[in-house]
Design a protein around this ligand. Structure first.
Ligand code: GLN
Ligand code: ZN
Length: 777
């Protein structure tokens, strides 16, 4: 047996988020470029040492980035967009300062204002030419990359020595290096054409010689293997892109360096035989998401090629069931004459750093987990077992943990299973159809035309944040904290009344994060201390872990909402996060389908909805900003997902009477291809982010004849700019042209928690004026 172990990439942010600290210090002007570089070098050295100490056969170089790996490639390949004017002689800039300009724009204050959850969604002020590169999600992860820009004028050249320097750095430390690169086709695919009618694939011919030179340089450095990532092989590719693979890799293979072509996140399906035939030295496949393809890949891949199997889940935090993994690997190893490489399924960028810092974590649950560092050890254990010198002690410990998790009463709650089983098939249906409900709700709510509302959160002031932090640390007694939050709610309600809004909200002062707030109160969730995962640049998120059956032990929002309602005659909108968003922004169980976990969360939210209604709340909003991002990478799997996802939403919502109005909210996304399913959620009102597309998004809703009420956001909450009344009137007129005006609501794009009160009040005042003008028009 010759089994080799490696990883596709490691989290670069550092055990204690050292990179974040250094980066933000640098951006504030407190950390010099040299000091930042030194931090980077230290982190790399530390992460390589972890790989080596865990017994991996290679350390991976090229996964480090100060902001983003795609941005590194833009510099490596010399294709910084011309609009940044980096060539202008008057301002010679260091490569790193150019890099941060691309990542953050010239006006770094406005750069990449995250949406209120802290997820990036790339808003820029397009008036300037040096706004930051757009950011978008890396496949179906919560990591956001910077989007390369392509035009007929794009030229490539080997322009940065960073990668080669890092290779030399690792070699100097005595490591056996495998370099990692984003492949040419994935790089082009993930970019964006900046010239209408231009096809970025036409740049391939120019790009390949530069990749050739790049590989050649690595070869000169004595690098034995280069991992070239082509995850787009797991997507539905147009034919032109598919057929470009063969000639591309034929050309790159001429360099004579061993290429390990890496695929991940998705099965290869119709690209499987093509991928196996490509002229490269090895292939990595995702053994978690594409486990059902492992046997075919093993058969299709010629015997002289290396097969790397991603057997450890790089997207989740669970300890690997080593026995189950060995049962998968052993027959494959036999078919490959004992030659196999083992790796995590994808880069460990998507996993938290290490369990070592989790001092406060529940001891039993902790034994069920493996973060990036622990996953390295798992690879070595698998290798040893395959090579017939198993570490029996470690295997036994692992086995015990897996058995413990499987049998735990904390994971399996019979009452939850029972409730799901006995759930009536009609539980996800409202009693009456929308037109009937609409009439009843109108009679009850007595709202004007073009009713005004907001999306939920009001400014999270320093006072609010400080109070919450002190309360969490135990420095503020519960009673005092509650008094303060009630005062904040009263304040928000008073201001909304003064502004003349029609449907009020309590303002979410008590919430730090729209998922965490609910997860902390639900059974089946656990929170880590340092389980950070990079979202973009220096930003990280700390997703909750759903480890067991979910249920709601007690009401979560009722007291706050009832307090808020008691302060006003206007309807108070209850505010909840939906099951799919909670699922999507958490680490989820791998021992049952996502659909089932979603249903359990849906039932917990349903209980909250019922309690709010009983407490007299007549309007309840269930936010689902993550519904679209949960779409599978393959279109063939969309229907199945949308089916259970929309059903989960309806289970949460449909418990109410016809007279209770259900709202949902979604942030900016391409909705047009899933409109039937959005309609199938059957929310009485949907509010969506539309202002940045100048209402273009609404055209789809109009053409589809979206049946229920809609609140298209009339102003962008990501910008401090106060929108003028006239601008909002114009947007509402535009909306009225495609949506029946009687179905239109007036609201901002998203929650207001990142804004201050002065901006918020000025903007909402104009918004209310705009609605009034529409009513008389
Ligand atoms: N209700 C949430 C808020 O207003 C919605 C946030 C979101 O859509 N991401 O903050
Ligand atoms: Zn939103």
């Amino acid at each position: 047996m010759t089994v080799h172990t490696h990883i596709l990439g490691f989290p670069r942010i550092g055990a204690a988020r050292e990179l974040k600290v250094a980066l933000e210090g640098h951006w504030r002007g407190e950390v010099s470029e040299a000091a930042l570089e030194a931090t980077g070098k230290q982190l790399r050295a530390r992460h390589w040492a972890l790989q080596k100490d865990a017994g991996l056969d290679y350390v991976t170089v090229g996964d480090f980035a100060f902001y983003d790996q795609m941005a590194n490639h833009i510099q490596l390949l010399g294709c910084e967009p011309a609009r940044f004017n980096f060539d202008a002689p008057q301002s010679p800039q260091s490569p790193l300062s150019r890099y941060f300009k691309m990542a953050r724009g010239e006006d770094t204050h406005a750069a990449h204002a995250g949406c209120t959850h802290g997820h990036a969604n790339g808003h820029h002020d397009h008036d300037a030419s040096n706004y930051a590169l757009e950011m978008t999600k890396w496949f179906d992860t919560n990591y956001h990359y910077l989007v390369p820009e392509f035009s007929p004028l794009t030229r490539f050249s080997l322009d940065s020595s960073r990668l080669f320097d890092e290779v030399a750095e690792a070699q100097a430390l005595g490591h056996q290096v495998k370099a990692a690169l984003i492949g040419p086709l994935t790089f082009l695919w993930l970019g964006k054409e900046k010239t209408p009618g231009f096809n970025r694939l036409s740049l391939l011919e120019q790009l390949l010689p530069v990749y050739g030179a790049l590989l050649d340089r690595l070869k000169q450095q004595g690098v034995a293997w280069v991992q070239v990532d082509e995850p787009i092989l797991g997507l539905d590719l147009p034919n032109a892109w598919r057929s470009a693979f063969e000639s591309t890799y034929w050309q790159l293979n001429q360099v004579g360096i061993n290429i390990l072509l890496a695929t991940y996140f998705s099965p290869l399906e119709e690209n499987l035989s093509l991928t196996c035939r490509l002229p490269v030295a090895g292939l990595h496949v995702d053994g978690i998401r594409a486990q059902h393809e492992l046997v075919s890949v093993t058969d299709w891949l010629p015997a002289h090629k290396v097969l790397s199997i991603g057997i450890v889940d790089g997207r989740n935090i669970w300890r690997t069931d080593l026995d189950a993994a060995l049962a998968v690997l052993q027959p494959l190893a036999a078919r490959r004459n004992g030659h196999l490489w083992l790796a995590p399924s994808c880069s460990l960028l998507h996993a938290p750093f290490s369990l070592a810092g989790e001092t406060g974590l529940d001891g039993e649950i902790k034994t069920w987990l493996a973060f990036a560092t622990e996953k390295l050890t798992e690879l070595s254990l698998l290798k040893a077992a395959l090579e017939n010198h198993p570490d029996t002690t470690s295997l036994a410990i692992s086995r015990l943990a897996i058995a413990g998790r499987r049998a735990s009463r904390r994971v399996h709650r019979p009452a939850v299973a029972q409730r799901l089983q006995t759930l009536a098939p009609s539980a996800d249906r409202r009693a009456s159809s929308f037109p009937q409900r609409q009439a009843m709700q109108r009679a009850r709510l007595q709202l004007p035309n073009f009713p005004t509302t907001t999306i939920g959160s009001f400014p999270q002031t320093t006072a609010i944040r400080a109070a919450r932090a002190r309360y969490k640390r135990g420095e503020l007694a519960t009673a005092e904290y509650e008094t303060q939050m009630r005062a904040e709610i009263a304040h928000a309600v008073g201001r909304q009344e003064a502004l003349g809004l029609d449907v009020l909200v309590h303002g979410e002062a008590e919430r730090n994060d729209m998922v965490e707030y609910f997860g902390e109160q639900l059974d089946g969730f656990i929170f880590t201390r340092l389980g950070w995962v990079q979202s973009y640049g220096s930003r990280c998120v700390k997703p909750p872990i759903i480890y067991g059956d979910v249920q709601r032990p007690a009401a979560m929002t009722v007291a706050w909402t009832v307090h808020a309602q008691s302060l006003t005659q206007k309807p108070m909108k209850g505010m909840l996060t939906g099951p799919i968003t909670i699922l999507q922004w958490s680490f989820v169980r791998d021992d049952q389908p996502r659909a089932k976990t979603a249903q359990q969360i849906a039932l917990a939210i349903r209980d909250e909805v019922a309690d709010l209604e009983t407490a007299g709340i007549g309007i309840i909003q269930i936010d689902e900003p993550a519904l679209r991002e949960g779409l599978p990478l393959r279109r063939s799997q969309w229907d199945a997902y949308l089916d259970w996802a929309t059903r989960a939403f309806r289970i949460a919502a449909a418990v109410v009477k016809d007279t209770t109005q259900i709202h949902t909210h979604m942030c900016y996304a391409q909705f047009n291809d899933i409109l039937p399913q959005i309609a199938a959620m059957d929310a009485d009102v949907i509010t969506i982010e539309t202002s940045r597309s100048d209402m273009e998004l609404l055209t789809g809703f109009g053409q589809f004849q979206y049946p229920n009420e809609i609140g298209p956001g009339v102003y962008d909450i990501h910008s401090p700019r106060i929108p003028a009344t006239l601008d909002m009137v114009r947007l509402l007129q535009k909306a009225s042209a495609v949506i029946p005006p009687a179905n239109l609501w007036v609201n901002p794009d998203c929650g207001l928690k990142t804004r201050n009160w002065a901006e918020t009040e000025a903007a909402l005042k104009n918004m209310v004026d705009a609605a009034r003008q529409m009513r008389v028009a």
